[in-house]
Design a protein around this ligand. Structure first.
Ligand code: HEC
Length: 141
């Protein structure tokens, strides 16, 4: 009788320990997996600069607005996050946005002309800054 009670207690303690450890592990995992392409807040700052990159090229806002229907030199970026993954079959939104920055002529938005967007961002922007810009543009729904 005593043996049985002891065994039951032992199993209970083991079960509690398992749950406690498992729970802690899961939380850590979620935190580690939570990162996106880059830092969207820093990307927004970069996007709004009047000049950008090592050669002080014209900044994104000099040609793009994030307001619906406002076309400056380039297309409005309103709703860009929802569109970006639909232009080229099999290309994710992230990849499309990266290509749009580093190789702007690879895909030309309907109604616009090649060689108007600044062409050298791929060389003049830091890889990290490009990631941050992409993270920001992925918030423009
Ligand atoms: C000198 C003007 C100019 C500047 C500066 C410029 N762009 Fe553009 N951009 C354009 C034009 C024009 C187009 C449309 C033609 C094309 O697709 O290349 C375009 C297209 C794009 C597109 C594709 C939009 C869509 O709806 O598919 C993205 C994304 C983009 N630009 C991002 C940027 C970012 C980020 C910056 C700043 C680092 C920037 N652009 C700076 C003129 C500019």
């Amino acid at each position: 009788m005593l043996k049985k009670t002891l065994l039951a207690t032992l199993i209970l303690v083991l079960a509690i320990l398992l749950v406690a450890c498992g729970g802690g592990g899961d939380t850590g995992g979620e935190e580690a997996a939570g990162g996106s392409v880059g830092d969207a807040a820093h990307g927004e700052e970069l996007y709004n600069q009047v000049t950008i990159g090592s050669a002080s090229a014209p900044g994104c806002v000099t040609c793009h607005s994030t307001e619906e229907g406002v076309v400056l030199v380039g297309p409005s970026h309103a709703g860009l996050a929802s569109r970006a993954g639909t232009y080229v079959e099999g290309m994710s939104a992230e990849d499309y946005l990266r290509e749009s920055i580093t190789d702007p002529n690879a895909h030309i938005v309907d109604g616009f002309t090649p060689d108007v967007m600044y062409q050298n961002f791929g060389e003049e922007l830091q890889a990290r800054d490009i990631n941050d810009l992409i993270a920001y543009m992925l918030t423009l729904n």
